[in-house]
Design a protein around this ligand. Structure first.
Ligand SMILES: [Zn+2]
Length: 391
C-alpha cells in the first residue's frame, strides 16, 4: 500500500512538474514565482541605479558613473557596446548602444534615457533603463526575425541644458544615412514605475487620419496575448489626440526625423473619459500621474519632484507597484519581440520604406507565413485561456 501511494505520489509529482514546466514555458511571468520572473532583474536594477547614481544631471560624475554601469551590464551579457559621445552647449553627452543581430538587418529600436533631473530619477528614468537592460539580457540568446538596437540615451532632460532630447536628437542625426532606411520602429520606455496605469501611445495624425500605428498595434496585441492590461490615452486629451503622443520623450526625433512608427510606454494617469481629473498645473493636457492621497500637494505629480521620485518614497506610497509595472512592461515587450506580426503591417508613409518592406516580405515563403500565423494564433489562444483561468 505504502509503495503504491509512493508510486502515485511520484506520478502526480512528475505530472505536476511536466504540466508546470509546459505552462511556465508559455506563460513564465504570471504563473511562476521563480527567481527570474519577468521584472525581478529590472526591480534589482532600478534600486541600484537610483540609490547608487542619483541626480544623473548633465556633466555630473553620477551620470558618467551610471553610463559606465550600463555599459558594463551590457558587456556582461555578451554585447559589444558602442559609446557615442558628443558635445553641445558646453555639455558632454554619451549614448550607449548595444546591437543584437537578427535574421534580417531591419532594426527595431528599444530606447530609454539614463540621465535625470536633480532627483533619484527612480521613475524618470531608472525604470526605463532597468526594463531595457532586463530585456537585453533575456533576448540575447533568442533568435529574432529582426535586428534589435538597445539605446541608452543621454540628455533627454532639458531643464539644465536647454536642449530637448539631446541624445536621441544626436543619434537620429548621425545615423540617419546609415540606419533610417532599415529602421522598423522605435519602442520608447520612459517613466514606467510609478504611475497608476500602464499606457502605450503611438501613431500620428496626418491630414486628419491616423497612421503609423504599427508599433502601437503590436504592443496592444502583445499585451492581450500576455494577459496584461495596457491602456491608451482617453479621447478627450486635447494636446495628444488618442492614441498618439508625438513628443515628450526620445521617440520625438525617430518620428519627426526618420518618420518611423513609435510606441511609447509610460505608467501615468490621464484625465477620466468624462474630462475630470488633472490639476491646476497640468489641466491643459489633463495629465497627472496618480490619484493617491500621498501626492495631493503636487496635484498627483511625481515627475521631477525630489521628495517623491525616489525608490523609498515610491515603494512606501505604492507597495508592490514598482515591481508589477516593471514586470508588465518587460512581459509585453518580450512578447512583442518574439511575435513578428509587424511583418503583416505595411503602413509607413515613406515610399522608399514601403519598397524596402515589400522586398523583405518577398523572402518569406507562404509556408513560413502560415506557420507564423498558426503558431501565434495557437499560442495566443492558450495564453488567453490561461488568463481566464487566473481570474
Ligand atoms: Zn524621462
Amino acid at each position: 500500500m505504502k509503495t503504491i501511494i509512493n508510486y502515485c505520489q511520484i506520478g502526480i509529482l512528475i505530472s505536476t512538474l511536466w504540466i508546470g514546466s509546459f505552462v511556465s514555458s508559455l506563460y513564465p511571468a504570471k504563473l511562476t514565482a521563480a527567481a527570474d520572473s519577468y521584472g525581478d532583474l529590472a526591480y534589482q536594477y532600478i534600486q541600484e541605479i537610483s540609490n547608487q547614481y542619483p541626480a544623473r544631471i548633465a556633466n555630473s560624475s553620477q551620470k558618467t558613473a551610471a553610463g559606465n554601469w550600463i555599459s558594463d551590464k551590457l558587456q556582461s551579457y555578451g554585447y559589444p557596446v558602442e559609446e557615442l559621445g558628443f558635445d553641445q552647449n558646453g555639455y558632454h553627452f554619451i549614448n550607449y548602444i548595444a546591437t543584437k543581430p537578427g535574421k534580417s538587418d531591419e532594426i527595431v529600436y528599444i530606447g530609454a534615457h539614463y540621465d535625470s533631473v536633480n532627483t533619484s530619477g527612480t521613475d524618470d528614468n531608472a525604470s526605463g533603463v532597468a526594463v531595457a537592460l532586463e530585456i537585453a539580457k533575456r533576448i540575447q540568446s533568442i533568435n529574432t526575425e529582426f535586428t534589435i538596437k538597445f539605446c541608452f540615451f543621454d540628455g533627454e532632460e532639458s531643464a539644465l541644458t536647454g536642449l530637448g532630447y539631446a541624445g536621441s536628437c544626436n543619434y537620429t542625426s548621425v545615423k540617419k544615412n546609415t540606419e533610417a532606411h532599415r529602421a522598423l520602429c522605435y519602442i520608447n520606455i520612459d517613466c514606467v514605475a510609478a504611475g497608476d496605469i500602464l499606457y502605450a501611445y503611438g501613431g500620428i495624425y496626418e491630414k486628419g487620419s491616423l497612421s503609423k500605428t504599427m508599433a502601437y498595434d503590436w504592443a496592444m496585441t502583445s499585451a492581450t496575448a500576455a494577459g496584461i492590461s495596457l491602456s491608451t490615452l482617453p479621447v478627450n486629451v486635447e494636446m495628444y489626440p488618442s492614441p498618439t503622443r508625438i513628443t515628450g520623450s526620445d521617440h520625438h526625433y525617430f518620428n519627426s526625423s526618420w518618420g518611423i512608427p513609435y510606441v511609447y510606454f509610460e505608467a501615468s494617469r490621464w484625465c477620466e473619459t468624462d474630462g475630470s481629473g488633472g490639476n491646476s498645473d497640468t489641466n491643459k493636457t489633463c495629465w497627472y500621474q496618480t490619484k493617491d492621497s500621498h501626492f495631493e500637494s503636487t496635484g498627483g505629480r511625481i515627475m521631477h519632484m525630489p521628495q517623491y521620485d525616489s525608490f523609498s518614497a515610491l515603494e512606501q506610497a505604492f507597495p508592490g507597484r514598482i515591481h508589477k509595472n516593471l514586470s508588465d512592461t518587460v512581459s509585453i515587450i518580450m512578447t512583442m519581440l518574439q511575435n513578428p506580426d509587424y511583418r503583416f503591417e505595411n503602413e509607413c508613409s515613406d515610399p522608399t520604406r514601403n519598397n524596402h518592406n515589400a522586398g523583405s516580405n518577398e523572402n518569406m515563403t507562404n509556408n513560413d507565413i502560415i506557420e507564423i500565423i498558426n503558431f501565434a494564433s495557437i499560442k495566443n489562444y492558450i495564453l488567453r485561456f490561461l488568463h481566464v483561468l487566473q481570474q
